[in-house]
Design a protein around this ligand. Structure first.
Ligand code: PLP
Length: 470
């Protein structure tokens, strides 16, 4: 170490001297002594390694005010939540990486209420005896789906695992090769089957499966027939799929149940809102499926949950499986799910009150009005070298629902006025992500796009444009 470096090291302020400063006291007041002390220690350690690296150039870092500023940044970072709100302007309404469904106000109010104090989660108020946490939901689910019984778990993957384990352990479950899906995030039917302790019997081919394939696969070891909604892909062309109704009739004649993983599963006919038809839970029940599973935070528009509806005797068996205890819902989710399901009791207002349905069915005129409102302020924030143009674009539903369907939407397209965009689009995307409430768009066709279908909080969006740094 050179003499200069030794003298620099000697003039690094001590931890105590920093903590004695009034500016540090302000931080202690807000963030607590322990975190601030940790911050000071870390910043000083960083300065020492900077001295070794930069020599004399590290001198400005030694000023007390510079140290406190670094400490402030450290404690702010350490106290900021990792999970933050963002604006989802990707055009994918149910974006798994961005938290899927946005919840209804009614669901949020219900969550706050049960989180704030004690509740009758497993307590029967009338009798004063122990109750069942499913009781808050099962009547409602039966009413909405036409099923005899219902139960709920943490997500649909858990629901599928639980149903298969309950009905099919050490037995065989025939599934069409056209339905052996993988959805994002390591959910693969063959793997789930194995973990559930079932033996998968692959039948038919990728593009065509016939009823006789099921019939021939049934043996003394068969537990049930399974249908899987091929959420995130479609097979087109020379195809043949056996309907749930046909499967149910066959299964009934052999005294076997049919289970169906609906994936997204919705409770209302989406075509009423100008959207493509997605199979509903009622349709599955009506066609004779004995146990249906679907997600709470996909098209349903509620919290993450796995809904299981179907025959009373089978649901009772599922509820008795010890695995159910490991997958049970917490009170906050039960509150949100109940409130969301209640909104479906009024089909006339559900599209307005459930944000997922509202955003999916939002009219192009409505989205255009948002575009017109924010285009000028956005142009101003971006400066003269960048153009902002209103374009037609296509949103998608996401989360594997209706994978090929697209919804007409409007985006603001952002690109440099002159020359090839090159790396600039990535820079724009970064700048929008760096906003206090990050804005997530998409890069497509040589432009950075903000699809405005999901922008409802226009005021909040505009208020932070001043912070945009390009
Ligand atoms: C999404 C999906 C699942 C998994 O549901 P999660 O609620 O995400 O656990 C399972 N099966 C199908 C067909 C799906 O689309």
């Amino acid at each position: 170490m050179s003499d200069a470096q030794i003298s620099l090291h000697a003039s690094v302020p001590s931890i105590d001297s920093i903590l004695r400063l009034d500016t540090a006291a302000v931080l202690v007041e807000q963030y607590g002594r322990s975190l601030v002390t940790e911050g000071v220690r870390q910043v000083i350690a960083d300065i020492r390694s900077q001295i070794t690296e930069l020599g004399e150039k590290a001198l400005p870092l030694l000023a007390e005010s510079a140290v406190v500023a670094q400490v402030a940044r450290y404690v702010e970072d350490a106290s900021a939540p990792s999970l933050r709100a963002v604006y989802n302007l990707t055009g994918t309404v149910l974006h798994t990486n961005l938290g899927r469904a946005v919840m209804a106000k009614e669901a949020i109010d219900a969550m706050v209420k049960v989180a704030t104090g004690a509740s009758n989660l497993e307590y029967d108020i009338e009798s004063g005896k122990r109750g069942d946490r499913d009781s808050h939901l099962d009547d409602l689910l039966c009413k909405l789906t036409g099923a005899e019984a219902a139960t709920v778990v943490n997500n649909n993957a858990a629901a599928v695992l639980l149903v298969l384990n309950t009905l099919g352990q050490r037995k065989e479950v025939p599934v069409s090769r056209g339905e052996l899906i993988e959805i994002g995030g390591a959910f693969r039917i063959p793997d789930i089957m194995k973990r559930a302790g079932c033996k998968l019997v692959e039948i038919g081919t990728t593009n065509r499966t016939h009823l006789k394939d099921y019939a021939e696969a049934i043996s003394a070891k068969t537990a049930c027939l399974m249908k899987v909604h091929t959420s995130n892909y479609t097979v087109q062309g020379f195809t043949k799929e056996v309907t749930a109704k046909e499967m149910s009739e066959l299964a009934r004649s052999r005294n076997l149940p049919v289970i169906e993983d609906l994936g997204s599963g919705t409770l209302i006919d989406l075509s009423k809102f100008g959207l493509p038809h997605e199979p509903t839970a009622q349709e599955a029940i009506n066609s004779g499926v004995d146990v249906v599973t679907f997600s709470g935070d996909k098209l349903l528009g509620g919290p993450q949950a796995g809904l299981i509806v179907g025959r009373k005797d089978l649901i009772a068996k599922i509820k008795k499986n010890p695995m159910k205890r490991a997958m049970r819902l917490d009170k906050v989710t039960i509150a949100a799910l109940t409130a969301t399901l209640q909104l479906y009791l009024d089909p006339d207002t559900v599209a307005m009150r459930v944000p997922t349905i509202r955003l999916l069915s939002r009219s192009k005129e409505d989205i255009q009005a948002v575009a017109e409102h924010i285009a000028a302020p956005l142009r101003q924030a971006l400066g003269e070298d960048i153009y902002v143009k209103q374009i037609n674009c296509q949103s998608q539903i996401g989360s594997g629902s209706l994978p090929v369907e697209r919804l007409d939407s409007i985006a603001l397209s952002i690109a440099p006025q002159k020359g090839k965009p090159g790396g600039k689009l990535k820079k724009y995307a970064e700048a929008f992500r760096a906003l206090p409430t990050p804005v997530i768009g998409r890069i497509q066709d040589d432009a950075f796009l903000l699809d405005l279908r999901c922008l409802e909080d226009v005021g909040g969006f505009l208020a932070q444009l001043d912070d945009l740094k390009l």
